[in-house]
Ligand binder design. Sequence first.
Ligand code: KIV
Ligand code: NA
Length: 267
Amino acid sequence: PPKVTTQTIVDMKGEERKISMLTAYDFTMAKIIDRAGIDIILVGDSASNVMAGYDTTVPMTLDHMIYHSSCVVRGVETALVIADLPFMSYQVTPKEALISAGRMMKEAGVHGVKLEGGKPVVETIRKIVEAGIPVMGHLGLTPQSIYKFGTYKVRATESEEAQQLLEDAKKLEEAGCFSIVLEKIPAGLAEKVTNQLSIPTIGIGAGKKCDGQVLVAHDMLGLNKEFKPRFLRRYADLDTKMTEAVQNYIRDVQSGDFPNEEEQYDS
Ligand code: KIV
Ligand code: NA
């Protein structure tokens, strides 16, 4: 299959073809997800929760994200690879943001970056896009701001925040974003945003009217049993599958069943 580009993603909205996106943080998972035919692989800063075991995405560093992203890039043949810029790698100045985005592209080989926020990051996005680095926006529940929000509950349920989000989405499009993630907002608002933009929206907990959908791969594969928000659909129960496999191995080692004669070398 032909390589997915940012132009492919923008064109898919016009052609009313839904965009599929999943996260990956390592070579092996990226390879499986890419070969299955996904459009976009996101090296999310959710690596902080999923890979590193932190409670928030705040501790993730640019060097961590470059490492994960380079591993993913080596596993991908077809998908568009986008990496999150982590907290404090783009908020201080547009210049610093461009340096961070540039490192991500040069050192990890990603095809673009994602960063969180509306109006406060518009100038930053413009600068990164002008340098030739595609940018995906991210509005609604923006986890890097968890200490401002104080909760991971659904955002923009009141008209003031909803209006602000709509304006922010238009500003992100004007600044040159090729798409925008909408996280955990009412489906009606996501539909409105989607209809008012010419770039695609990619939703997570934002309803079926978005131009695409994204989930954290470990969540949809059932590798994270404790996490069960309303928006999550589970496509596998790999936690149970892996637990059974490990228990069977332990049993076979303890009983002496493993290894057998075919699983050993004779001189
Ligand atoms: O980090 C992440 O996984 C994300 C997606 C949930 C959009 O930003
Ligand atoms: Na993220």
